[in-house]
Design a protein around this ligand. Structure first.
Ligand SMILES: NC(=O)c1ccc[n+]([C@@H]2O[C@H](COP(=O)([O-])OP(=O)(O)OC[C@H]3O[C@@H](n4cnc5c(N)ncnc54)[C@H](O)[C@@H]3O)[C@@H](O)[C@H]2O)c1
Length: 353
């Protein structure tokens, strides 16, 4: 078992059933409930064995980002009330980033806040969303616009859950792992180069160093005033292309859009921050190894740019990115002009030629 200790909670990498049993035995909760979606109820809940005990009740919501809404929160709050959860109760979030974000938000606001733990079941939620304390939901089609910062009591990571995860979901989570290498751990980036097939990876080799990067950054800057913006590398352009793809019925998963954003923002890093051309070429080739081309063309640039201008990370209407001057180093809050961004999108399109 590996244990990463943060200021007020720990991340346990172990068999989740055993680790949860141990946690529950050490904390006398009045009631416990587990939040799942249809898929995690089917594939992940059975792997917890008897850890949850006979009194734990199940709250199920439909899977998918489209259900990360206040309407779904109302269903969850109603179930929490109906099941008699009081202030001394616990909510266990068993699922991907949607369950973790929504369940964390429901727990953080129910009775002004009850305890919750995160049991992430996707690669993305293991590597990224289950730590850092950002919980919330989408509102009026704007992602993560309603939410709070609230840490869980603990995070239980068990890579056995990944055995049933579809390949495209694994690919989505992988982008956050290689982002962590690019912004802060050149040695992790180097070791990732050996991966050829995402179905054959021993994730325990890569999750602890990847989590260590996120842990270090969120502890230094929990409320994203400074260095936490480093985690947005690839996300300024990635988010805009993700929204564009959703509007145009060619939906990309979050991490697929982030991988594209990483290629574009590496190009901006080459142009504006001194990233060597060989590093840009290596990052581009690595992304192409795992991610198919995302289909858009030059005529779509204005629509993508318009979406980027709505990004909540902008300052006074100017677009800001995190850039990497070298692999393993990062600069935050770099203003990028529209011409440069258009050039980076053109670089991405041209890189498949
Ligand atoms: N809070 C943060 O800091 C943070 C960071 C990054 C992303 N996010 C959020 O995370 C969300 C995306 O998370 P995600 O990629 O985990 O998506 P997700 O939660 O929608 O899960 C993806 C799909 O996989 C299924 N699934 C989950 N575990 C499974 C398993 N073990 N076997 C089979 N199927 C399984 C789910 O039911 C779902 O259909 C987005 O809402 C994003 O905004 C939050």
């Amino acid at each position: 078992m590996i244990n990463l200790q943060l200021k007020d909670y720990s991340i346990n990498l172990a068999k989740a059933g055993e680790a949860l049993s141990h946690f529950l035995a050490g904390n006398q909760y009045a009631k416990t409930a587990v939040l799942v979606d249809k898929n995690t109820r089917q594939h992940c809940l059975p792997l917890l064995g008897g850890a949850l005990g006979p009194d734990c009740f199940i709250i199920e919501i439909p899977p998918g980002e489209q259900h990360k809404t206040l309407q779904t929160c109302q269903t969850v709050w109603a179930e929490m009330l109906r099941g008699g959860l009081d202030r001394h109760s616990l909510l266990i979030n068993l699922g991907g980033g949607v369950i973790g974000d929504l369940g964390g938000f429901c727990a953080a606001t129910y009775m002004r806040g009850i305890d919750f733990v995160q049991v992430p079941t996707t690669l993305l939620s293991m590597a990224d969303s289950s730590i850092g304390g950002k919980v919330g939901v989408d509102f009026q089609f704007v992602k993560n616009i309603i939410g709070v910062f609230q840490n869980p009591r603990a995070v239980f990571i068990d890579t056995t859950f990944l055995n049933t995860l579809p390949l495209h979901e694994t690919r989505s989570g992988f982008a956050e792992i290689f982002k962590h290498g690019l912004i802060a751990d050149a040695s992790l980036w180097g070791r990732l180069q050996k991966i050829q097939d995402l179905r054959q990876v021993e994730w325990m080799q890569f999750l602890p160093p990847s989590l260590a990067v996120k842990k270090r950054i969120v502890e230094e800057d929990p409320h994203e005033k400074g260095i936490r913006k480093a985690l947005n590398f690839g996300h300024t352009i990635g988010h805009a292309v993700e929204s564009f793809s959703l509007q145009n019925d060619r939906p990309l998963l979050h991490g697929e859009a982030v991988a594209l954003g990483i290629v574009c923002e590496s190009f901006l890093s080459y142009k504006m921050a001194g990233l060597p051309t060989e590093s840009l070429a290596a990052i581009t080739a690595f992304a192409h190894r795992f991610y198919p081309p995302c289909l858009f063309d030059k005529e779509d640039f204005p629509a993508i740019m318009a979406l980027m201008k709505k990004d909540k990370k902008n300052k006074a209407g100017h677009i800001h990115c995190s850039l990497i001057p070298a692999i393993g180093q990062v600069l935050v809050d770099r203003e990028c002009g529209e011409t440069q961004i258009a050039e980076s999108l053109a670089y991405y399109l041209g890189s498949f030629a």
